[in-house]
Design a protein. Sequence first.
Length: 140
Amino acid sequence: MNQSPVEIVFGIIFSLFGLCATAGGLLIVRSVFRKLRTWETLPGTVIGYQENSFGKRFSYQPQVQFLARDGRMLTFCSPTGSNRKPYVIGASVNVIYPPGDPSQATLKSFTNLGILPTFALGFGVAFTSLGLALILGEIK
């Protein structure tokens, strides 16, 4: 348990970063649960993909069409994409949007709603654990 001051300083920095990432992740989780509880959920249909290129790599963002509760047929492009097309054209998907504002629609999927808090919480716990291990002298 004889840590150098450098180990303690790094431990404190890692722990603070980890605690901030964990707090941020928890705030995002709260926001996601609020959306799932209060936003409208309706069926939509994948009608195509927006293709984005990054050099030789491509990202595909689903374009989705849905009928809002007010009777308007709306189309939006998912804010998240992947290097493959995750849905076939014509696939049925769930769409969520704030009550009364279907222009803010997004896909109800783990990629859109769950991946950011998962990473934030994972990094937060990892960095906090590493920081505490440095402070307590468990890492040499």
